[in-house]
Design a protein around this ligand. Structure first.
Ligand code: SAM
Length: 285
């Protein structure tokens, strides 16, 4: 046990020197991955049973490859998703928005709600909703074929493939067959301002796919489009949630004015108490 702890401590130091934001957690996650256990089970790994693979993984992480690309998995709410090159790694911030969507769907007086997830990436949002809202029917849209392949893999292995359908398409024009019928629309769209390109960490810049990130100089281009998409797809009284970036909380609510039929537009915060997503609903008829 001391040997393993020493190795993890050395790895932590190496990752900290490389500028990794959570070096201890990542050093432990990589140890757990290499030994096929959960982080909380590391104490069960026999002494001296540490191999070169661990240090290979640590070197990759020190070169700022995302942890989830090295392990091939990402945890999101109650899911373990497969991820890797070509797909956006789902983030904990998004879990809170999905929690809001799940609570909203449970409170709706609709037996089998119709849900649309625009820009599904790994499928994290769509599959979580299907898992946690048992009779929901979820349609997930993704433009990028590499990302869509990951979503399909995750949907197929989720046990919910009967209620989650993946579509390749552009979120701006997707699913016209559901116009005016959708109960809840959710999206974590690209929202990084191109003018901030120099400020983002290497894990994001070098590994998250470009279509997942950029959305015009102020980062709001796709969210402006989503206002029109929400108006087209949602039924009267239907709800919408859109994730956004730091500092965008002030500008976004005014993109959803009452004159266009939006009601109860509200900023919601992430665990760090920063505005992270906006929610709203369509006026009733
Ligand atoms: C920030 S990622 C979010 C992925 C996933 N929903 C999540 O929360 O982890 C945005 C996703 O939207 C997709 N995307 C970008 N532009 C799109 C468009 N016009 N139509 C459909 N999907 C798009 C990207 O390829 C990417 O997978």
């Amino acid at each position: 046990m001391n040997f393993l702890l020493d190795e993890v401590a050395r790895a932590t130091l190496r990752l900290a020197e490389a500028g990794v934001a959570s070096p201890r957690t990542d050093a432990e996650e990589l140890a757990a991955f290499v030994h096929g256990v959960r982080r909380g089970e590391l104490h069960n790994v026999p002494d001296g049973d540490f191999d070169a693979l661990y240090w290979e993984c640590v070197a990759r992480r020190a070169a700022r490859e995302p942890l989830q690309h090295i392990t091939g998995r990402a945890f999101f709410r109650y899911l373990e998703l497969q991820v890797g090159p070509g797909v956006f790694v789902p983030r904990p911030e998004t879990e809170i928005m999905v929690g809001w969507a799940i609570d909203t769907l449970r409170a709706m007086d609709v037996a089998d709600p119709l849900v649309v997830d625009l820009g599904t990436g790994s499928g994290a949002i769509a599959i979580s909703i299907a898992q946690e809202v048992p009779r929901s029917r979820v349609h997930a849209v993704e433009i990028d074929s590499a990302a869509l392949a990951w979503a399909r893999r995750n949907i197929d292995s989720s046990g919910h493939a009967d209620r989650v359908t993946a579509h390749q398409g552009d979120m701006r024009t997707a699913l016209p067959e559901f116009d005016g019928r959708v109960d809840l629309l959710i999206s974590n769209p690209p929202y990084v301002p191109t003018r901030e390109a120099g400020q983002i960490p290497p894990e994001v810049r070098n590994y998250d796919p470009a279509p997942a990130l950029w959305s015009g100089a102020d980062g709001l281009d796709m969210i402006r489009e989503l206002e029109r998409v929400g108006r087209r797809l949602l039924r009267p009284g239907g709800a919408m949630a859109i994730e956004h970036g730091d500092g965008q909380g002030i500008d976004i609510p005014r993109l959803f004015p009452e004159e266009l039929g939006w009601r109860d537009v509200r900023n919601c915060k992430d665990l760090a108490h920063r505005d992270r997503f906006v929610v709203m609903r369509r006026a009733d008829d």
